[in-house]
Design a protein around this ligand. Structure first.
Ligand code: NAD
Length: 496
């Protein structure tokens, strides 16, 4: 647990200012630069987060590099014992962590619990490393000569995480990295750093050796220090496309292995033969769940032919009825967006959509949310007849706003899907297997849903963004994670 002697105060089960965790010690950051961490539902200041210096990144990288020597020699079957412990600690503390997610990120408690279930699944999959990390071999590649491919850890690796899943996203990487014998540094989003503080309290309880996992809080300068540090060999980033692109270039220029997941503008296609009620419910959950702040949130709905009328009416009613409020309260279906700046930006984009010719069918701006006067609340918004060639049809809004575009055929809809710059997710709602196959085959998108509103890959599949939603070769989770966190060594062997 964090050291009370650090001079910090405990609030919400964590110290304030928040501490770094380096070489198995909770440390007060040397920096004087602190940011407030606020509850988006109330504007209450929950704690403060330090913007750690390059020197603190250096301390973490040095600790991780030292730990690597023993950790990579620890048998995989022993390494995963810590992950088994972590799984049970996460299960036992799921409610507490979920509450922290809701407090700092705003999503509902059910959404926060669902997020942590996805995190735990990744720990479970990484427990299979003794099998997953095996290499290959072939006897007699020539007479009396054998060849082996062995997987070895890459070294010190780091994750840089976004605000919208304060718990889950680090788990797309960390369990696989350490199970493969790497050592690790996490830099959480400075907007939501409390959750990782709690996760690291649990990692500490697993008894992992010194320096195997490290937590460095911070912002851009902290990230820059990670991108340029010579001991850090591989970087996993998740965040906005502009940041992802810049981080990909800088990390690669510094000789690092890098995977960067970026932003999205996810379309759904609604065919006339779709089940109306099911489709509308799934769309509403996708577009307005987590206040539209999922990288897999539906942002556009392309209605085909006769689907336009029933879908437009029903999604407008559902958007109007959604219960908005503090995510800690029972019955609330949608919490606030992350910051007041975000709220203002989203309101501006709604207006920009209208200025480009859209009809605001449901206007979620300036809502009245009892008790939420200081919160960053919006209500679900539906923009009808959005201009498919306008700016807003191609802009990631990252808020509870769904734009409707009507087309005549599935081919028109797929052409719009493929014309977008992002490739994170697209979904089709239909009763036709032939339409489903055509869409699955032709859509230039990495995560596809058929009669699914949020096509989030399970931990045993890669999270497969394409185009401007991903920079790199190997994705997070599953086999891709094993490939990313290992380097292949080939041995050709002959004994006389
Ligand atoms: P962000 O890019 O602003 O921040 C992500 C991380 O990068 C944070 O840790 C932040 O401290 C750091 N950062 C930000 N700007 C930086 C800079 N200029 N230099 C160095 N570091 C910088 O993203 P966000 O607002 O926290 O998250 C929302 C975005 O993440 C959305 O675009 C969303 O689509 C995307 N996202 C994508 C996925 C995916 O799987 N593709 C998943 C979740 C979120």
């Amino acid at each position: 647990m964090p050291d009370a002697k650090s001079g910090s105060q405990a609030v919400h089960g964590v110290q304030t200012p928040l501490l770094n965790y380096i070489d198995n010690a909770w440390q007060k950051s040397q920096t004087n630069e602190l940011l407030d961490v606020t509850n988006p539902a109330t504007a209450e200041v929950l704690t403060q987060v330090p913007l750690s210096s390059a020197d603190e990144v250096h301390q973490a990288a040095t600790a991780a590099a030292t730990a690597l020597q023993e950790w990579r020699r620890t048998p995989p079957v022993e390494r995963i014992q810590y992950l088994f412990k972590l799984k049970y600690l996460l299960e036992e503390n799921l409610d507490d962590i979920a509450r922290a997610i809701t407090l700092e990120c705003g999503k509902t408690l059910d959404e926060a619990k669902g997020e942590m279930r996805r995190a735990i699944e990744n720990v479970e999959v990484a427990c299979g490393i003794p099998t997953l990390m095996q290499g290959t071999n072939l006897e007699d590649i020539a007479t009396g000569i054998d060849e082996f491919m062995i997987r070895q850890p890459v070294g010190v690796c780091a994750a840089i995480a976004p605000f919208n899943f304060p718990g889950m996203i680090t788990f797309w990487f960390l369990p696989y990295a350490i199970a493969c014998g790497n050592t690790y540094i996490v830099k959480p989003s400075e907007k939501v750093p409390i959750t990782m503080q709690k996760v690291f309290q649990l990692l500490e309880q697993t008894g992992l050796p010194k320096g195997v996992v490290n937590l460095v809080n911070g912002g851009r300068e902290t990230v820059d220090a990670i991108l340029t540090h010579p001991e850090i060999r591989a970087i996993s980033f998740v965040g906005a496309t502009a940041t992802a692109k810049a981080i990909y270039a800088k990390a690669a220029a510094n000789g690092k292995r890098v995977q960067c997941q970026g932003g999205a503008k996810n379309p759904l296609i609604i065919l006339p033969d779709a089940d109306p009620q099911f489709t509308v419910n799934a769309t509403a959950e996708s577009a307005f769940g987590c206040a539209g702040q999922r990288c897999l949130a539906a942002s556009l709905a392309f209605t085909v032919g006769e689907a336009q009328q029933w879908f437009t009416e029903a999604i407008s009613d559902t958007a109007t009825d959604r219960v908005v409020g503090n995510g800690l309260e029972d019955g609330v279906e949608m919490g606030p967006v992350i910051t007041s700046e975000s709220k203002t930006r989203i309101e501006g984009l709604i207006q920009a959509g209208a200025d480009e010719g859209a009809q605001i069918l449901v206007d979620g701006r300036h809502p009245s949310v009892p008790g939420g006067e200081n919160g960053n609340f919006l209500r679900p918004t539906v923009l009808g007849n959005l201009n498919p060639k306008g700016e807003i049809a191609g802009t990631e809004i990252f808020g509870p706003v769904l734009g409707l575009i009507h087309v005549e055929t599935i081919d028109d809809a797929i052409a719009l899907v493929n014309g977008g710059r992002y490739g994170n997710m697209a979904c089709l709602f239909t009763g036709s297997g032939a339409s489903a196959r055509k869409f699955r085959y032709e859509a230039e998108i990495g995560n596809i849903g058929i009669n699914i509103g949020v096509a989030a890959p399970m931990a045993f599949f890669p999270f497969s963004g394409w185009k401007d939603s991903f920079f790199g070769d190997l994705h997070g989770q599953s086999w891709d994670a094993v490939d990313f966190f290992t380097q292949k060594k080939v041995v050709v062997e002959r004994w006389a």
